[in-house]
Design a protein around this ligand. Structure first.
Ligand code: HEC
Ligand code: HEC
Ligand code: HEC
Ligand code: HEC
Length: 383
């Protein structure tokens, strides 16, 4: 078996990460370590892997067995990474070359280290360069971080690769069963991380590639967690927790849209005991506990929806500093309440469905249905 990645494990052009850049750097380091522990032979460099410049990427790959490959990335016109990686499996020599599309040059230039402008070589040149490094191997594999519409004609023009694994294009174009581009078997699995592409190669007695069959493996809960990955993920969360104060500097705090500031549920209970009692029975009151039980109470990616007023004046920042603002509270639905506490006769928020949809987004609450959910959180009508 031989595992490879076609690129963009860190980020992706045109898609802003939910993580702060500090957390994304930590995550990137752990993702590459995870691929190394899983035995990945080679990882291609996508434009998004250069989001922190090339030195960061080379730094986190240092000392790992997994090879970064790219015949495309140039710094000051000089290639940065090895164009290809060759090795043997079961008596067959495999060569893996990596390329990325020339059209990514503006993106990688913008994300270059100061004084070290990056560019992508012409895609066709990089493909030929990669091929030159695979001379003498039995199986020539191209990891192509190139839009399919660009890649297909290039493969037809530049024969020699047995297999091409495309990255970058969205999963709308994903296909696991190889198509022929020239004489190359081409697959493209998309980017959502929900599937692993699998190619089964059959060689004849002379060692020549005889058959290629592809499929997509859904990474659902039926697959048990790999013990090494559980450990690594725990280490990742510990690193994030240790860096949390720094990470939070990248989550700016500003006044809420309604002005005023957050004060926390303990400021509402005296005047609204019946609403308080009803709220305490809901899942919202336990939303922080959920993070604690999952060991995620130091992961800021979870705070926006599992705390009260995160990123707003007076709201949650860090549990140690704002323990009273943990969990989804009154103000999460009604809005910041300082003005109302000072003068209860001022008009105050009566939430509708829009208030729920801030947090009940499809990714985190796929079954959300206002009519069905509302009764579960509604306060009992006081006579
Ligand atoms: C000092 C007592 C007091 C405090 C503290 C207080 N409220 Fe009120 N609240 C009232 C009163 C009295 C009313 C009814 C006002 C009215 O009838 O217009 C009210 C009305 C409301 C309403 C209905 C508003 C509307 O326009 O119909 C909401 C929602 C509400 N409060 C939420 C809260 C929340 C959340 C907090 C804590 C952040 C809070 N209250 C703190 C006394 C208080
Ligand atoms: C600040 C974010 C936030 C807002 C706003 C919010 N929710 Fe939630 N909601 C959550 C979170 C987080 C959970 C999961 C809590 C847990 O179990 O840890 C949840 C859980 C629930 C549940 C329990 C679901 C279940 O199957 O047990 C219901 C019902 C619900 N919300 C209804 C609503 C409704 C209706 C609104 C709008 C009036 C609303 N929520 C607004 C974050 C929010
Ligand atoms: C965009 C808002 C949002 C973010 C960000 C978010 N959650 Fe949630 N989470 C919710 C909502 C809403 C629910 C309730 C879903 C439902 O029941 O429909 C929920 C439910 C959950 C539940 C199920 C609770 C239960 O016991 O039933 C867990 C576990 C959870 N979230 C963990 C996390 C973790 C861990 C993170 C950070 C990695 C996170 N969430 C980030 C909104 C969010
Ligand atoms: C999940 C969202 C949500 C949370 C959390 C929540 N409320 Fe409400 N609240 C509502 C909705 C929805 C209404 C009904 C609005 C309407 O009738 O137009 C409401 C109505 C009210 C009213 C008006 C009187 C009534 O019963 O209709 C008060 C007062 C109130 N809430 C106080 C609170 C207090 C205090 C808390 C915290 C202890 C709280 N709410 C937590 C959603 C929420």
């Amino acid at each position: 078996m031989c595992l490879v990645d076609a690129g963009d494990f860190i980020a992706r052009e045109g898609r802003i990460s939910e993580k702060s850049s500090i957390q994304l750097r930590i995550a990137a380091e752990f993702m590459l370590q995870a691929m190394d522990r899983l035995g990945y032979a080679a990882v291609n460099v996508g434009e998004g892997d250069l989001v922190f410049g090339d030195r960061f990427l080379a730094g986190i790959a240092g000392g790992l067995d997994t090879a970064l490959v790219s015949a495309s990335v140039l710094a000051d016109e000089v290639p940065v990474f090895a164009p290809a990686h060759t090795f043997a499996v079961a008596g067959i020599t495999i060569g893996i070359a990596g390329v990325a599309w020339e059209g990514f040059t503006p993106y990688v230039r913008e994300h270059s280290d100061p004084g070290r402008p990056l560019a992508m070589a012409a895609t066709a040149d990089a493909m030929r360069e990669g091929l030159a490094h695979l001379a003498g191997t039995d199986l020539k594999v191209l990891l192509a971080h190139v839009p399919l519409a660009e890649l297909r004609p290039l493969l037809a023009d530049i024969p020699g690769y047995d297999i091409a694994i495309a990255g970058h294009d969205t999963n709308l174009n994903s296909f696991a069963e190889p198509e022929l581009a020239g004489a190359t078997h081409l697959v493209n699995l998309g980017w959502d991380g929900m599937h692993v592409g699998r190619l089964e190669l059959t060689f004849d007695r002379t060692g020549a590639l005889a058959e290629v069959a592809g499929s997509a493996v859904l990474l659902d809960d039926a697959w048990p967690d790999h013990p090494d990955m559980v450990t690594l993920h725990g280490d990742y969360l510990a690193r994030v927790a240790a860096a949390l104060r720094d990470i939070l500097t990248e989550y700016p705090v500003g006044p809420p849209p309604t002005g005023t500031r957050y004060v926390g549920v303990q400021n509402c209970t005296a005047c609204h005991p019946s609403e308080w009692r009803s709220w305490r029975q809901t899942a919202h009151a336990l939303a922080w506990q959920t993070l604690v039980e999952r060991n995620r109470d130091y992961d800021p990616e979870c705070f926006a929806c599992h705390t009260n007023g995160f990123q707003f004046t007076g709201g949650f920042t860090l549990y140690e500093d704002t323990p009273a603002m943990a969990a989804v509270q009154c103000e999460s639905c009604h809005g910041a309440g300082a003005d109302h506490c000072d003068d209860p006769l001022r008009p105050y928020g009566r939430p509708g469905e829009a208030a729920c949809l801030v947090c009940h987004v499809p990714l985190h609450s796929p079954d959300f249905d206002y009519a069905a959910y509302l009764p579960k959180i509604a306060h009992p009508k006081t006579p």
